[in-house]
Design a binder for this molecule. Sequence first.
Ligand SMILES: [Zn+2]
Length: 82
Amino acid sequence: MPGMVSSPSAPVLFRAACPRCQARFELSAGSFRLAIGASPRTTFYSFTCPECGSAVRKPAGERIVELLTGGGVRTLRLHSTV
Ligand SMILES: [Zn+2]
């Protein structure tokens, strides 16, 4: 679960951890992709681990979606809202 490192002047960074190599790091908003599906099960965020290069994909709850979109993460909507 990413946490926002808030600082008024610095660019927004999100804490993340890699499930494969266990590395912990901070990534800027541009390193994340957020995909919002029709249900929470199909809503997830993804990033590439800077340590081992693996593509990490994790489910994104409502709070994480808010956090990431608020931080300027690029969002992809997988369904059309009617
Ligand atoms: Zn890794």
